[in-house]
Design a protein around this ligand. Structure first.
Ligand code: UT7
Length: 334
């Protein structure tokens, strides 16, 4: 029997309706469209405004979209992983709630948090369950309500992040398609530069913390930027070299959408033409765990069976890496 590889066989997505444009942000903080566009490439982002709705709402919508498109019976899903940095609550996983709401009654579930690399690391985990031969349908959802962590008076973060969700289905493949190789790394000494500190076990929320806005995310932008540029490019080069691929062999770069300048730098490092670089940061900003599946969703109709996709991400922790995956279907015939 040929080796089982883990292929993506369906994609779904959801973004909230409310559009927060650069023009609206100009009325909220001291910023302007020209600065945001030239420094980040972002024009607008989506925000989940409705009271009481959190990350599971986004995850359920994206998963349901995938189920409807694929015509999948949710009872056949074995495992639901929700990759997220903004779970609904601290205990009781967002994945369990998501699975129940989509009718995945035969699945086990868990959340996975590696900040902006959550979905990338989730791809690795999902693939392992398929490659083991024990599971046939693994649903990986990347969902984040970043607006729940953002101080809309802080111009260094509020211009970047948005809310959204994307989902992919991993299934066994015996044609050698799907996940080929991965290079994943973490460095905890980087955590001081990007974090949402308070509310965790080491840093309880107190009235004093709330007073100074400690419940919100904080980043030292330039340090994160430099580390992101170096590590995303470096892991992309490593994955190409390890698999003896040249830029001509790469059909698509699927890079985390945090800043257009970081994505451009990664593409330049491997001398990749712009048309092979998936980009939707202008529409959604940085949706953390949702950027990679949202890209797949937006470009799905252009993907061909056998295409070589290189995924790359960098985020808080620090966590980063690259994954090489061969696309498994032509969307029009799937
Ligand atoms: O998803 C993974 C995690 N996140 C990232 O990968 C993000 C990485 N970092 C970045 O994308 C960039 O560092 C930012 C977009 C956050 C900031 O861009 P930058 O080019 O690094 O700006 P900067 O922090 O060096 O600031 C440059 C100037 C400063 O003014 P002065 O001191 O030169 O007068 C800032 O005060 O721009 C000012 N500035 C702004 N101006 C208008 C900072 N934020 C804003 C703003 N609007 N929103």
């Amino acid at each position: 029997m040929s080796k089982i590889s883990a292929a993506i066989t369906a994609v779904g997505a959801y973004v909230p309706e409310y559009v927060l444009t650069n023009q609206i942000l100009e009325t909220m903080v001291d910023t302007n469209d020209e600065w945001i566009t030239s420094r980040t490439g972002i024009k607008e982002r989506r925000i989940l405004k409705e009271e009481g709705k959190g990350t599971s709402y986004l995850a359920i919508k994206a998963a349901q979209n995938l189920i409807d498109k694929k015509g999948l019976d949710p009872k056949n899903i074995d495992l639901v992983i929700v990759a997220t940095a903004t779970p609904d609550m601290k205990a009781a996983s967002t994945a369990a709630f998501t699975a129940s709401n989509i009718g995945a009654v035969n699945a086990f579930t868990f959340d996975l948090d590696a900040a902006c690399s959550s979905f990338l690391f989730g791809m690795s985990v999902a693939a392992k369950y398929i490659e083991s031969g024990s599971y046939k349908n693994v649903l990986l959802v990347g969902a984040d309500k970043m607006s729940s962590l953002i101080n809309y008076k802080d111009r260094t973060t509020c211009i970047i992040f948005g809310d959204g969700a994307g989902a992919v289905l991993f299934q066994p493949n015996e044609e050698g398609l799907g996940l080929q190789d991965e290079y994943l790394r973490s460095d905890g000494s980087g955590r001081e530069f990007l974090q949402a500190t308070y509310g965790g076990s080491s840093f309880p929320i107190t009235p004093e913390v709330l007073e100074k806005g400690g419940q919100y995310a904080f980043q030292e932008g330039q340090t994160v930027f430099k580390n992101a540029v170096f590590n995303m490019a470096d892991s992309t080069v490593k994955i190409l070299e390890r698999n003896r691929l040249t830029n001509n062999d790469v059909d698509w770069l699927v890079a985390h959408q945090a800043n257009k300048r970081i994505i451009d730098a990664t593409a330049r490092r491997i001398d990749l033409e712009d048309k092979k670089v998936m980009m939707n940061i202008h529409k959604y900003g940085n949706t953390t765990s949702a950027t990679l599946p949202l890209l797949l969703h937006d470009y799905e109709s252009q993907l061909q069976k056998g295409d070589n996709l290189i995924f790359a991400a960098f985020g808080g922790g620090f966590n980063w890496g690259a994954i090489y995956l061969k696309w498994a279907y032509n969307s029009l015939t799937n």
